[in-house]
Design a protein around this ligand. Structure first.
Ligand code: UDP
Length: 371
């Protein structure tokens, strides 16, 4: 006999991981998603013409330090080793990211060794900023004005649609600064790509006798009444019908184009100049380097304010928006029978591994509270 019936809104990572844990514990889990596929914004799809595996909602590279999370995803997909190596085009040249010894030497026309570069950058950095209050202060205190203006200012203005002085410092803390030639974009021990993409992996997580998945199915409040508990991975403000106003999200527009051969020669090319309207171009065949394809599928990526009806991608979390967020968080805490999960449900800039970790913990907490 089932222990209860649970509704999960959203068939992305959060919904799938929680549904699986509850299903394995004997609950009946109904997962609904308004879109025609599982996987949320991690959705991948093979392009019919070229055979290239396309990251339909932009690039997703799996990386983590969390052994349990790494074991978890490996249960549901075969992972291939992958190193995210990002380049950026700025001021008429191509540079290595994240900012590393190569970038620094190339940028300043020097041949510094690690200690010399460390001392040099410390000299460039603004030492009057001891507690960076926003993205710009974080950058100035870390790498100084020259590198900030070349690689971060323009890109960030395009990506977030506001001044970097209005953004939290945490966004820049995502990126390393290296005094070596290591150009791995991430610090994490485990990094890889699922062989057939994220959608089959998430479908495998959802593949359990106690899980029912309904696609093309928008949420209606009447559905909640038929279940014992609701896990909501849609936008936090959306659950409350935007009653207190809208939290800011960025959405992305992708200009898709195809080519023969290799178009740019790498998976991700950022564009740091403010006068280039796109933020980056992704060439999807390079996300699956173990495959080979004659044709190529590329996305030119543009970021803009998310209007009603657009797909939200990035919670902006403007420094000045904190009060509204706190009000929604208080509403969420006071809403019985509903748990808010994931990037949209908690309005935080979460990576996939953290999303999975939080979903696992959320399910464990739920199960132990129910005895
Ligand atoms: N960023 C930047 N220039 C770059 C790459 C990143 O200014 O070439 C900033 C930008 O504000 C971005 C943030 O660093 O939003 C985090 O970058 P990341 O590559 O992690 O962004 P994501 O891939 O999640 O969009």
């Amino acid at each position: 006999m089932s222990k209860g019936s649970i509704l999960l809104v959203g068939a992305g990572l959060s919904g799938a991981v929680i549904a699986r844990a509850l299903a394995e514990a004997g609950y009946l889990a109904t997962v609904i998603d308004a879109r025609p596929h599982v996987g949320g914004n991690c959705h991948t799809e093979r392009d019919a013409d070229t055979g290239v595996l396309v990251h339909v909602y932009g690039p997703h590279i799996f990386h983590t330090d969390d052994v349990q999370v790494w074991d978890y995803v490996n249960r549901f997909a075969r992972f291939h080793p992958y190193r995210n190596r990002v380049k950026t085009t700025a001021r008429g040249a191509v540079w290595s990211l994240p900012v590393n010894l190569h970038t620094i030497n190339q940028f300043y026309g020097t041949t510094m060794r690690p200690d010399e570069a460390r001392a040099f950058i410390a000299d460039q950095a603004d030492t009057t900023i001891t507690e960076p209050r926003n993205f710009e202060e974080q950058a100035l205190s870390m790498i100084g004005r020259d590198l900030y203006e070349a690689f971060f200012k323009g890109y960030t203005e395009k990506q977030w649609g506001c001044s970097p002085t209005e953004l939290p410092a945490s966004i820049l803390k995502r990126l390393p600064l290296r005094f070596s030639y290591d150009d791995n974009y991430f610090f994490h021990r485990f990094q890889g790509m699922p062989e057939e993409g994220y959608t089959p992996m998430i479908a495998a997580i959802l593949d359990h006798a106690n899980i029912d998945v309904h696609l093309d199915t928008p949420f209606t409040p009447a559905m909640a009444a038929r279940h014992d508990h609701l896990f909501w991975s849609g936008p936090l403000d959306g659950y409350f019908d935007y009653a207190l106003g809208r939290l800011g999200y960025r959405t992305l527009d992708f200009e898709r184009f195809t080519a023969m051969g290799d178009w740019q020669g790498c998976a991700v090319m950022n564009y740091g100049d403010a006068d280039v309207p796109w933020t980056r171009i992704t060439e999807h065949k390079f996300f699956a380097p173990w495959e080979s394809h004659e044709g190529s599928v590329c996305y030119r990526e543009y970021s803009r304010a998310c209007d009603p009806g657009d797909i939200p991608y990035y919670p902006i979390r403007l420094v000045e928006e904190k009060a509204l967020l706190a009000e929604y968080e208080a509403l969420a805490r006071g809403t019985e029978g509903v748990s808010f999960v994931g990037r949209l449900g908690t309005y935080r800039y979460l990576d996939m591994d953290v999303t999975i970790r939080e979903a696992m913990d959320m399910a464990t907490g739920f199960l132990s509270a129910r005895g």
